[in-house]
Design a protein around this ligand. Structure first.
Ligand SMILES: *[C@@H]1O[C@H](CO)[C@@H](O)[C@H](O)[C@H]1NC(C)=O
Ligand SMILES: *[C@@H]1O[C@H](CO)[C@@H](O)[C@H](O)[C@H]1NC(C)=O
Length: 190
């Protein structure tokens, strides 16, 4: 009798655990949920980002394609305070990423090199630090880059799409250097 009760209790606990765990999202919602968990969002810009939804396509500030993959993420001027998680590199259908004019710190993740569909990347007017990852030179469709007004450092990459970006893309990063500056072309300590 006691054994049966224990079994019943175990089954009830199991059912409760399954029912309360979040629905399994696609990789995009996982990456975005990771971002939301790590930031302070004083304006509630991300309040609609409900991790219990199977896909993130009803969330504000983003656009999906017909495969329910995120293609545009636009969060500008929302006082978001935090960093960009490496998991953003898994948003592989992303064509536009706009996070300008927030309070975002930390590095530009090298995993951005996986965002092969990226056309627009605007991260200007934040507090980003570290180098511009050389992985970005492989983003052959990237045609607009904005990283001005941050605290990036090191040497600006020079190949691939970087052959076409104007100096204004990089303005107001006192520790960022143009390629080919001879003896200063050394990113150690950056
Ligand atoms: C940005 O973050 C810094 C450090 O966390 C904080 O002192 C500052 O008040 C923030 N600025 C805004 C506009 O949220
Ligand atoms: C890059 O752009 C071309 C032309 O618009 C397009 O056909 C191609 O699919 C794009 N590549 C990626 C990886 O999105």
């Amino acid at each position: 009798m006691a054994g049966n009760l224990a079994k019943l209790a175990a089954v009830i606990l199991l059912v409760a655990a399954v029912a309360s765990s979040p629905a399994e999202g696609n990789g995009d919602s996982d990456a975005l949920t990771e971002f939301r968990r790590g930031v302070v969002d004083p304006d509630g810009a991300l309040a609609s980002w409900d991790p219990n939804l199977v896909d993130p396509c009803t969330w504000f500030h983003l656009v999906c394609d017909e495969d329910k993959r995120v293609t545009e993420l636009v969060i500008g001027g929302n006082n978001i305070d935090g960093s960009i998680p490496p998991e953003f590199g898994n948003l592989e259908n992303l064509a536009g990423l706009d996070l300008y004019n927030n309070n975002i710190s930390g590095p530009i993740p090298p995993s951005f090199g996986k965002l092969k569909s990226l056309v627009t990347l605007r991260l200007d007017h934040n507090r980003l630090t570290g180098p511009i990852p050389n992985e970005l030179v492989g983003l052959s469709n990237l045609s607009l880059l904005g990283v001005s007004n941050n605290d990036l450092c090191g040497t600006i990459p020079s190949s691939g799409p970087f052959e076409h970006f104007p100096p204004s893309s990089f303005a107001n990063n006192p520790r960022l250097r143009n390629p080919g500056m001879g003896v200063y072309n050394d990113d150690s300590g950056c």
